[in-house]
Ligand binder design. Structure first.
Ligand code: DC
Length: 346
């Protein structure tokens, strides 16, 4: 028997007891599964967390999944300028007949960035989800990202950001020439912090501001402009190059990630999608008229499906899921099962 060390890291979404424990469990369970070890083989674990996480000791998660014999120790990480935020790191010592060289280290969510060499070799995965507005893409993609410990990228948010820029600067979103010219000046930045996508326009965080019907309509218009698509698609491709990601949009399987490991195309009938949208607005306390929402969805479908460049369509190798009569849990399970199957995990 040898005593070997396995390294791992993951980022949390928020500094809460629940989230820190959940992410620590995802990390430990991944290390256990990937290295095919049993809990009794773990002799000790050293945990460190960045200073911005202080709600609970991560060692509690180890106890909760039955690691009760191993020696556990938690420490606060050195504070290094610009280092990854909300990061939980572990060093797990195991007794194993294998050698150190055989150990599989685990870097999940935002922490994939720390060791792209390892991630790529072992399990980098790109997942594309496309479909019309309200088909459930973003809810499902967020759930799946959490389960798999990978990033979720919402490309619609990028088109919405160009849309809000045009509204603010009174640029006619139907005018292709004006839109193309302005594209050079727009400063858009996408950041992933604690697993959440934040989007900045001219250094201002617009993540929440872009979630209106007015901005959605402007986004659908600017999405027709070639220069806009060129710039955004390039940013999207770059993001997916170095880390595992589940990306949703309209052209992910067809243009952004044509070689994605898994492609899903989601749809749902228009009444169901309108109902879902109305529920969201109701929850936010925003007034709405069902017929108007339904009409807006139909208009957006038409614009997205009939534009000249990269229209919304199912990639030939995408799996179609009609979510009309399915619950969020059912769709999430279906998609995770498809991914596990593609990975050869189950
Ligand atoms: O998914 P969403 O509602 O946030 O998208 C807003 C608009 O952006 C959508 O109507 C069409 C456009 N879009 C696109 O053309 N390509 C993408 N990959 C994502 C969104």
């Amino acid at each position: 028997m040898n005593n070997c060390c396995i390294r791992g890291a993951i980022t949390a979404e928020e500094n809460t007891r629940e989230n820190i424990l959940e992410n620590t469990k995802i990390l430990l369970e991944d290390i256990i599964k990937e290295n095919n070890i049993e809990i009794k083989d773990i002799s000790s674990i050293l945990f460190t967390m960045t200073k911005d996480l202080d709600e609970v000791y991560p060692a509690v998660a180890a106890r909760e999944i039955g690691i009760t014999e191993a020696a556990l120790m938690c420490a606060c990480e050195l504070y290094i300028k610009n280092s990854l935020k909300m990061c939980i790191r572990v060093m797990v010592s195991v007794n194993t007949p294998l050698s150190q060289r055989d150990m599989k280290h685990s870097y999940l969510k935002g922490a994939e960035k720390l060791r792209p060499d390892i991630v790529r070799k072992n399990k980098k995965i790109n997942i594309a989800i496309d479909g019309p507005a309200g088909s459930g893409k973003s809810t499902i993609a967020k759930n799946v990202a959490k389960t798999l410990g990978i990033l979720y990228a919402d490309t619609g948010a990028m088109y919405r950001t160009v849309g809000i820029y045009c509204l603010k600067n009174v640029i006619d979103t139907n005018d292709e020439t004006a839109g193309s010219e302005k594209m050079e000046d727009i400063d858009i930045e996408v950041r992933f912090e604690g697993g959440k996508q934040l989007i900045y326009l001219d250094k201002e965080d617009v993540t929440e501001k872009i979630r209106t019907q007015e901005v959605a309509a402007a986004a659908s218009n600017v999405a027709k402009i070639g220069k806009v698509r060129e710039k955004l698609v390039e940013m999207q491709k770059k993001t997916a190059q170095t880390q595992s990601i589940i990306m949703d949009g309209r052209d992910i399987g067809t243009h952004v990630l044509p070689n994605a490991d898994v492609k899903i195309y989601m749809e749902a009938d228009v009444d169901e999608r309108a109902k879902r949208r109305c529920c969201e607005l109701k929850e936010k306390g925003i007034e709405f008229e069902y017929e108007k929402i339904r009409e807006e969805i139909i208009q957006r479908d038409n614009a997205d499906k009939n534009r000249k460049i990269s229209p919304l369509r199912k990639a030939d190798d995408a799996i179609l899921i009609d979510t009309s009569n399915m619950s969020i849990e059912e769709v999430t399970k279906k998609v995770t099962d498809i991914i596990y199957k593609a990975e050869g995990r189950r």
